[in-house]
Design a binder for this molecule. Structure first.
Ligand SMILES: NC(=O)C1=CN([C@@H]2O[C@H](COP(=O)(O)OP(=O)(O)OC[C@H]3O[C@@H](n4cnc5c(N)ncnc54)[C@H](O)[C@@H]3O)[C@@H](O)[C@H]2O)[C@@H](O)CC1
Ligand SMILES: [K+]
Length: 539
């Protein structure tokens, strides 16, 4: 698990490390600069070898997709320019320039801003650089440098970028150089990922201690390039005492945090998922959700679907217990859930409702019933969300009334209906809309999905997903996700629903990464996502 900080938390960690624990600021800075230099020298090596530097991490959405033509790159006399602002981000850059020179790489510094406003650390770094005779330039000639180091603003950026800052950032972006941002791309708001006027389009960002939210959320993610996180010695004590609200997973987390498969167990040990999905014309969605729940590891899956879908589901997924909700309506639409629906609700540990369910009166009555479930995790997806939004619009329901056992999985448009806000409003503050609107858990789906715990959950966390790629943008992908989340939640009913949801989102993303290792991102289908689960879930 990796913490992701916002600007305030990152500053607090700096502060506690320096002022409470007593690690000198310049010591942290020296390590930060060394971290930057280490990464630059790797790139420099590649450039010098005339390599085409196509960063592979586009798969993680962290790449600006630059492929420098080797012919455009000078090799033997490669030069680096550090563009430094007057705060400590600039000071990191000046320290890095000194280290690069020390390692024999021709490096110059271009200062931006009023030197009279330089931070104490910046003044110190400038003094050292001057004593060593490092060259300073006043102008930045286009395409003169193979690598430009962006050390203009870090987490201290606090307002729109204008004037000479804006000009230099536009010049940097207009160059052919490989661009390395120090800590965060200058212009990206470290908390929300917004672009404050303009921002450096980095090929790589070398960040310190922890990931910053702004480099993962859009549009900041597009400006960050490949992200390297460097440990510069912030003590765990400082990080723990700040306890950042956001986190993301790494592959090892699957092995140590997912429910374990113990030796003496049977199918009853891994939970029961009920999928209420599929109307007459939509059998596939039901199949995808149910099959994914099995592949994610739950013990038993039961399906309630339209009568017409039963035969095909029995054939396609013989592992599932297949029934129909239709017989509940034999007496007309005056629905009092009885027979199979009530029995199935009682049977289940986790319920999924919505994929391909349609918006018929039957579907609405089913959703109405499931909204009353209190004692088990419920995933509401697709048409389940559309119906819920309709209930909210008609004032029959309130988003705030849904309990902490519910997981909603809206994409931006669905969230816009649920929250009564525009998609732009949602897009611009995904962590807020994933957490602050409701008591339930929300999986807010986008290229960078955010999972939030309800607003009243003590110490509620925000998960920002970093796995996956655009191969996932295919029909049925969301149905599969609902099944994966339910399948994981069912294996440990004590697991916080938001954690199960975060794992589900992470694993769903990993399937696409695995798939595109050998196959085309154009061709992945929902069935492939289900198939790839066997390659990405722990063995
Ligand atoms: N000792 C420390 O505190 C450490 C700091 N580190 C570096 O320090 C950075 C944070 O340094 P600072 O807090 O000095 O902040 P920055 O260096 O990010 O920038 C702060 C300066 O920019 C000004 N500013 C903000 N927005 C502006 C705008 N739009 N136009 C013009 N000026 C603007 C501020 O008034 C301030 O003077 C981190 O990102 C990291 O790179 C690292 O070296 C780790 C250790
Ligand atoms: K920067």
């Amino acid at each position: 698990m990796r913490y992701i900080t916002d600007a305030k938390e990152a500053k607090q960690i700096d502060n506690i490390s320096i002022n409470e624990i007593g690690i000198p600021s310049l010591v942290l800075m020296e390590r930060a600069a060394l971290g930057v230099v280490e990464e630059i020298e790797k790139v420099y090596g590649e450039l010098s070898a005339n390599a085409c530097v196509k960063r592979k991490t586009e798969d993680n959405f962290l790449n600006s997709q630059r492929c420098k033509k080797s012919a455009e790159l000078k090799n033997v006399n490669s030069k680096i320019l550090v563009v430094a602002g007057m705060g400590n981000n600039g000071a990191d850059g000046v320290a890095a320039a000194r280290m690069l020179e020390h390692d024999g790489i021709k490096t110059a510094i271009k200062l931006v801003g009023n030197i009279e406003h330089a931070s104490e650390e910046m003044k110190k770094q400038l003094e050292i650089a001057k004593n060593l005779g490092i060259s300073f330039v006043t102008d930045m000639k286009k395409n003169e440098y193979d690598i430009i180091v962006d050390a203009i603003f870090g987490i201290g950026l606090s307002r729109e970028i204008t004037g000479e800052y804006r000009e230099i950032i536009e010049k940097i972006n207009g160059s052919n150089s490989y661009i390395v941002s120090v800590d965060i791309s200058s212009g990206v708001d470290a908390t929300g990922g917004k672009i404050l006027g303009t921002a450096v389009k980095a090929d790589m960002t070398v960040t310190f201690g922890n990931l910053k939210r702004g480099m993962l959320l859009f549009p900041g993610a597009v400006y960050s390039g490949e992200i390297k996180v460097k440990d510069i010695g912030f003590p765990d004590k400082a990080v723990e005492s700040v306890s950042p609200k956001a986190y993301t997973f790494e592959k090892n987390d699957l092995y140590c945090m997912l429910p374990q498969r113990k030796m003496r167990t049977n199918k009853g040990s891994y939970g029961k998922v009920l999928v209420i999905a599929g109307c007459e014309a939509m059998c596939g969605a039901c199949y995808f959700s149910a099959a994914a729940a099995y592949r994610a590891g739950c013990g038993l899956v039961r399906v309630l679907t339209a009568k017409e879908n039963m035969q095909i589901l029995k054939t396609k997924l013989p592992e599932a217990i297949v029934g129909s909700y239709d017989e509940e309506f034999e007496d007309g639409i005056d629905f009092t859930p009885k027979k199979e629906v009530e029995e199935a609700i009682g049977w289940a540990d986790v319920i999924v409702i919505g994929p391909g369910l349609g918006k018929s009166i039957k579907a609405k009555l089913l959703v109405k019933r499931i909204l009353k479930v209190k004692d088990k995790t419920v995933v509401i997806d697709a048409d389940g969300l559309n119906i819920l939004a309709e209930f909210i619009e008609n004032k029959e329901h309130d988003l705030g009334n849904l309990g902490t056992n519910f997981i909603l999985t809206p994409h931006l448009k669905e969230m816009s209906r649920l929250a009564g806000k525009t998609t732009d409003e949602i897009k611009n503050d995904m962590p807020y809309y994933a957490t602050a609107q409701a008591e339930c858990n929300i999986v807010l789906k986008d290229a960078r999905t955010v999972v939030g715990e309800g607003r009243n959950i003590p110490d509620g966390k925000i998960y920002i997903n970093t796995s996956g790629n655009n191969a996932l943008a295919t029909g049925g992908s969301g149905d599969v996700l609902s099944g994966i989340i339910a399948g994981i939640a069912a294996q440990d009913i004590k697991m916080k629903p938001a954690l199960a949801a975060a794992f589900g989102v992470y694993v769903h993303g990993l399937t696409a990464e695995k798939y595109t290792e050998t196959k085309s991102r154009y061709s992945m289908t929902a069935s492939d996502i289900i198939d790839m689960l066997q390659d990405v879930m722990p063995r």
